[in-house]
Design a protein around this ligand. Sequence first.
Ligand SMILES: C[S@@+](CC[C@H](N)C(=O)[O-])C[C@H]1O[C@@H](n2cnc3c(N)ncnc32)[C@H](O)[C@@H]1O
Length: 250
Amino acid sequence: MDNKHVLAPDDVLRHEFNRWADQGKGEEMEAHHADITHKTLQIMELRPGERVLDLGCGAGWATRLLARMVGEGPEGFGQVVGLDISDEMIRRARAASRDFENIMYVWGSAGQIPWEENFFDKVLSVESFYYYPDQDRVLAELFRIMAPKGRLFILINLYRDNPYTLRWKDELKVPVHARSIEEYVQLLQAHAFQEVEARQVPDSTPSPETYSGRWFKNVDELNDFKRIGALLLMARKPDVRNPGPAYTIY
Ligand SMILES: C[S@@+](CC[C@H](N)C(=O)[O-])C[C@H]1O[C@@H](n2cnc3c(N)ncnc32)[C@H](O)[C@@H]1O
């Protein structure tokens, strides 16, 4: 029987990304996402002592970059939590991060983040947000666990204004959202986030002379996809301790 018809959405995601992890894709993704992630880390203004969540951390390569940036310093010893729905990704991330004292990897769903409220100074999520079945619920959870004035950074390649990435939509074995930049901005604002900003982050990695993969017709298309770039959504939680009346605390 096809698992998709019997499993809950989070179990479908867990199953699919465990398969990715078994195929070594967790580690491979670093090469695909490193350029846009490094550009995002520059914008995040990370400081030693901060508490950061890496939401949908996969094999943990970005979690380790974050841990180095917030580690010991005059302002204290920062902590990074990597959360992922795939227990196999979490196992691999833990195995590769044994030398880090300031990382904790947690197996769980973005829709029910197993953490206390008002905690994280910054949240980074790389290439994960469009998979979340209920993005509204995830934003409510992020609002809950972020510290007052905390900053959110959501980086995604698959969004409507980069039409090349819509080609992946039907090939992926799990349903995904393909919203426009404008729709995402409105979504974050509807969740009472402030200073909502969207930026397109081009991928500056060099392309091969010719393209022989399956997603682009030729190298010109690949370059155009990289020029349009990923979508970086940024927002700040207002300086409140208690969520507004429209928000549920889970
Ligand atoms: C394309 S991978 C990106 C992984 C990593 N951020 C990177 O850039 O290498 C998407 C990740 O999001 C995780 N994910 C998908 N849905 C999730 C959910 N509902 N809650 C938590 N993690 C989820 C997957 O297990 C997977 O590791």
